[in-house]
Design a protein around this ligand. Structure first.
Ligand code: ZN
Length: 302
């Protein structure tokens, strides 16, 4: 159910300093609330997933082609165990955490302790841009807070100096109060003093969740971060949590387990329920469905 008073989620894309800086900012409260409702995540898991969903949306918006897809995947040793987010270029994102019940006491600063919930791990960025093999970049987690980990990924794997801020603020009643973030990148050839001035601006800013919580829009946030840089906001895109699963895709996944496995399932004679990891929609395959699948599958093999 959509909250009538809820401000719509969207992403903006901007440039500054005569094109030497590119920037994205977003507000994603609805997206994260939806993810929380689908996966029944505990607050620290909601915050971690929300941050990664927000990053995925902005990075997806940066892809070149309509059909391009980006996947952000984290495997980690902390109680969350792992996260996966997939976004397209049109403001659609979906994702899940391996352990939605991860629950930790707050950090010494009284914040949701995402860093500890992730702990050590690896971040993979997988870009499917229609080539035979997707582009995969991988870096280790630096703090587990996700924003710093992504900034490190951009610097190390893409050689793009970046400032990343991501935040999810939860209310005491377990509703998402606010969520969003920004990514600011310096393009090759940017002067050193540009980086210094940007760093000064960022240092003066309050955390992104405080700004969103005060009602500041993504536009306001970029204006503050890029004050003095002649900011030009180029585009604005609505965004939402959306899963595009369907029976055909689930069938393909089921076939990929192999014929022997399928036969075993059929012999057990029970319906198979497959749940989509992204939206929890369930797909039922009866023994009749399974034997039909085996028939078509073996005709394909021969
Ligand atoms: Zn789904």
């Amino acid at each position: 159910m959509k909250d009538k008073n809820m401000k719509p989620d969207y992403i903006i894309r901007a440039t500054a300093a005569s094109g030497m800086i590119r920037a994205f900012a977003s507000t994603t409260r609805g997206v994260v609330e939806e993810a929380k409702n689908i996966h029944h995540t505990w607050p620290v898991a909601t915050a971690a997933l929300g941050r990664l969903l927000t990053a995925g949306l902005m990075m997806g918006y940066d892809m070149k082609d309509e059909r391009d897809l980006i996947t952000l995947k984290i495997n980690c040793s902390g109680s969350i165990k792992g996260l996966l987010v997939s976004a397209d270029r049109n403001g659609h994102v979906k994702g899940y955490v391996t352990n939605p019940d991860a629950n930790l006491p707050p950090s010494p600063k009284g914040k949701l302790d995402v860093g500890r919930a992730l702990d050590l791990g690896v971040l993979s960025v997988i870009k499917d841009i229609g080539l035979k093999e997707p582009y995969v970049g991988q870096t280790e987690l630096i703090t587990g807070e996700i924003a710093e980990d992504l900034a490190y990924y951009f610097a190390k794997s893409e050689q793009v100096p970046s400032t990343v801020a991501l935040g999810v603020l939860m209310d005491v009643d377990n509703k998402v109060n606010s969520s969003g973030g920004f990514i600011i990148q310096l393009l090759p050839g940017a002067e050193d003093d540009l980086a210094e001035k940007l760093e000064e601006n960022i240092k003066k800013m309050p955390p992104v969740t405080s700004m969103l919580c005060q009602g500041l829009s993504p536009e306001n946030i970029l204006k503050e971060a890029l004050s003095g840089f002649e900011l030009i906001i180029n585009n604005r895109l609505p965004c939402e949590y959306r899963c595009d699963c369907n029976r055909e895709r689930v069938t393909k996944a089921l076939l990929s387990v192999g014929k022997k496995e399928l036969k075993n399932m059929l012999e057990e004679g029970q319906d198979i329920e497959i749940k989509c990891q992204f939206c929890q929609k369930s797909y039922i395959f009866t023994s009749i469905d399974l034997s039909d699948l085996l028939k078509t599958d073996s005709s394909r093999d021969n």
